[in-house]
Design a protein around this ligand. Structure first.
Ligand SMILES: *Cc1c(COP(=O)(O)O)cnc(C)c1O
Length: 398
């Protein structure tokens, strides 16, 4: 099986002269999306106006899209709600988990977690003002840090900087053994590798759809709740779209009987329609095949970059089995080097303090792209093109 056996590249609008190694941050534009967006905007919104909630079935779009995501992360139909942003979904999951363990005061995450996950937890704990604390041991120490004081364990499966993976099944087992509630953040997992949410038994999972799922900038997030616990989950954000009967306009909140109780307000219909269309590229694709192809691409990328650029230090696990679908290198001039690469059509990104990050997305990358990218990286590093002052001016987004 090679990457080129996944005949999906032609389903994307790939700009001329670009090798895109940042699909882990913002996925590429699938071809049908522009037409779908204009249909949603012109024909449905423009032509149908408010009637489109029923006539174009906007009202069930969040649920239909949730079911399509569920298939990609090993979850049952009806167990995933979509909408809002990942930050909001983290807040909801942690708040619900703390309600489930009222006697416990610790949220356990790790020092490699994405900042917003940690910020949202600390913000929530401040609001609760109930003597809770957030602990963030090193990722390698997390499993051994789960004890009976821990109410909830919040971890991102794939580290956004290094691509290092946590063992979902094992850590979930350890959390449950200690009586803690498990929450997995799948930001860099959904669409990147096989995930077995139902199988690992986690209570909650959250994720975003603009990375490997190609839903576009600002695409809605998702939240998973294990079906057997839904009826006991107390939504911290009791919005009308999570009500059991939103259009009964009742004075008091009654949560929906399903995962839909974790919806909040009016869904972003244009973004959901775009995401729905983008999910078409997954038809007939097995995540196992994506994983195989991703490992092949990343092994080739690491070998080529290390052979050509001894100045770069691999920051990702060398063992492909412990890595998500990205490869990172540490380099002290990483920011400037990345700008020089982008200027030459090789697009990755930079994460402070010194990480050059490259996402590998087999749906629209093949071995030829990897070889071409490695050549450009060699040129930038060996000729020290990053020394050009124009590459050292920091943009707001890195
Ligand atoms: C990308 C990412 C986010 C982003 O959150 P938004 O609310 O969508 O901006 C959060 N957490 C993790 C782990 C991420 O990788």
């Amino acid at each position: 099986m090679s990457a080129s056996n996944l005949p999906k590249k032609e389903l994307f609008e790939l700009p001329e002269g670009v090798i895109y190694l940042d699909g882990n941050s913002l996925g590429c534009l699938p071809k049908g999306v522009v037409d779908r967006a204009s249909e949603t905007i012109e024909r449905e919104w423009g032509g149908q106006l408010i009637r489109a909630w029923n006539s174009a079935d906007w009202i069930s779009l969040p649920r239909r899209v949730g079911d399509r995501i569920a298939r990609l992360v090993g979850a049952a139909e009806g167990s995933i709600a979509t909408g809002d942003t990942l930050s909001i979904k983290v807040y909801q999951a942690v708040a619900a988990a703390l309600k489930m363990r009222p006697g416990r005061k610790v949220v356990l995450s790790d020092s490699g977690n994405f900042p917003t996950d940690l910020y949202m937890v600390r913000g929530l704990l401040q609001t609760l003002d109930g003597g809770h604390e957030l602990r963030t041991p090193e990722p390698e120490q997390v499993a051994d840090s789960i004890d009976e004081s821990v109410a909830a364990v919040l971890l991102t499966q794939v580290d956004y900087r290094t691509g290092r993976t946590h063992d979902m099944a094992e850590i979930t087992r350890r959390a449950h053994e200690a009586g803690a509630v498990m929450i997995w953040d799948l930001a860099h997992s959904a669409g990147a590798l096989p995930v077995d949410l139902a199988g690992c038994g986690t209570e909650f999972a959250v994720g975003c759809t603009y990375k490997y799922l190609n839903g576009g900038p600002g695409a809605p997030a998702f939240i998973y709740v294990r079906p057997d616990i839904v009826s006991g989950v107390e939504p911290a954000l009791a919005g009308w779209m999570g009500h059991d009967a939103p259009f009964a306009m009742e004075l008091f909140y009654r949560p929906a009987m399903s995962t839909e109780r974790l919806r909040v307000g009016t869904p972003p219909i244009v973004q959901l329609a775009i995401l729905d269309e983008a999910l078409n590229v997954w038809e007939g694709v097995r995540l196992e095949d994506i994983r195989k192809a991703s490992i092949e691409l990343s092994e080739l990328f690491i070998a080529e970059v290390e052979r050509r650029c001894p100045q770069l230090t691999l920051a990702s696990p060398r063992d492909a089995g412990k890595r998500g679908s990205q490869v990172s290198f540490a380099f002290e001039n990483g920011y400037a080097a990345m700008q020089a690469l982008i200027d030459r059509g090789v697009i990755g990104d930079f994460r402070a303090p010194n990480i050059m990050r490259f996402g590998l997305t087999p749906l629209y990358l093949d071995n030829g792209d990897i070889m071409s990218a490695a050549e450009v990286i060699e040129e930038v590093i060996s000729e020290e093109l990053y020394r050009d002052p124009k590459y050292n001016v920091r943009s707001r987004v890195t």
